[in-house]
Design a protein around this ligand. Structure first.
Ligand code: SF4
Length: 360
């Protein structure tokens, strides 16, 4: 794969669906099946330039290159954790590409981070969907950055397509910078290409979208994709959750859970609830009882996450023994519960630590 630098006046092919590539071929005077060949080059054969698409007629490639480019962009740097996690930085000068906010924000660099997390039997890639985030969760570095733009589907998919360890990735989570359902059009398009046979070919069970529970976007996600869903819970009590996550005031967790409850999820479509455990704050017996009441009747699991300290945030991580006790109490209520291992903390790649603010 040869990765060319990008002329931002050209439109990226990466991020286009098979149908769009077929239409593009027809518009440029070729048969629709040429679009299938382009999709094959982009998503299966890792083409970094239109020139590499050797089974397309030379004239067609030349004509296509006048308006389009493959869209693959190598990461600009990597930070390697002692535990094997690699945090990649993608992006660069804005140039006002599609999805950037208007005004001065459009001139800012479009840097985002992605984390590759190898484990014994799987390797997960954590992708970003926005530059920063507008949801302002108290425990999250990305939230402190504020929102500075949505990524296009091509920019989301490029974090996988140009990843050096691409062939090792078994699972993809949209859990990096940004709230995916605040960029739902690009996210649905990305999921469609990630899971299509004419795209990257991941099974829906290997792709998870993580959200704080943005209701309109969640409805569209439930209708438009079969990928797995992870909901950030962090407290079952309204006021406490609102103090941690402002989204609670506009999208109450009770309404999110009701939507999930009545969504008619199939046998294989798993929903998980993510729960950061803060010392002395959200792991009491009352929390266990209220979580059990809230989630009663839903096939789900809870993932407990250790809090990673942030400057000026008055929380501490819970002790491992307290996390284990909380896990056991939830299991005793019939909720499968796992304590997630923390990965990549030494390179700020762990949950809640991604940020590119210092690059502006
Ligand atoms: S936790 Fe997610 S939704 Fe909340 S501020 Fe961070 S990136 Fe945004």
């Amino acid at each position: 794969m040869e990765i060319r630098s990008v002329d931002r006046s050209q439109v990226a092919l990466l991020g286009m669906t098979r149908d769009e590539l077929r239409k593009l071929s027809t518009a440029l005077g070729e048969k629709p099946y040429r679009g299938d060949q382009i999709a094959d080059w982009l998503y299966a054969k890792k083409a970094g330039s239109i020139d590499e698409m050797a089974n397309l007629p030379r004239e067609f490639r030349k004509k296509m290159s006048e308006q389009y480019e493959a869209g693959l962009k190598a990461p600009v740097s990597v930070a390697e954790s002692a535990d094997g996690t690699n945090k990649y930085l993608y992006g660069g000068p804005s140039g006002g590409a599609g999805g950037a906010l208007r005004g001065s924000a459009a001139e800012r660099p479009r840097y985002v981070e992605a984390a590759f997390i190898p484990e014994a039997r799987r390797a997960t890639l954590c992708l970003s969907t926005q530059i920063g985030c507008g949801r302002g969760c108290l425990f999250c570095m990305t939230g402190r950055q504020g929102l500075h733009g949505n990524l296009t589907a091509g920019e989301i998919l490029n974090q996988f397509a140009a990843l050096p360890e691409r062939d090792m990735v078994t699972n993809v989570v949209l859990m990096g910078m940004g709230e995916p359902l605040d960029n739902v059009d690009a996210v649905l398009r990305s999921l469609s290409i990630l899971t299509s046979d004419r795209g990257f070919g991941f099974g829906c069970r290997r792709v998870t979208v993580s959200t704080v529970g943005v209701l309109p976007g969640l409805e569209r996600l439930l209708r438009g994709s079969s990928c797995r869903i992870a909901i950030s819970l962090h407290s079952p009590f309204d006021e406490q959750r609102a103090s941690l996550m402002p989204v609670q005031r506009v999208c109450p967790i009770a309404e999110v859970v009701e939507l999930i409850r009545h969504a008619g999820l199939g046998k294989y479509r798993r929903v998980s609830f993510e729960y950061i455990v803060f010392r002395g704050l959200n792991h009491s017996r009352a929390h266990v009882n209220e979580i059990a009441r809230l989630l009663g009747g839903i096939r789900c699991r809870i993932n407990l996450i250790r809090f990673h300290r942030l400057p000026d945030v008055p929380f501490e991580a819970a002790d491992p023994a307290d996390m284990e006790e909380f896990r056991s109490a939830l299991e005793a209520k019939g909720i499968p519960t796992t304590i997630r291992l923390s990965r990549g903390e030494d390179v700020q790649a762990a949950c809640g630590l991604l940020s590119t603010k210092e690059l502006w």
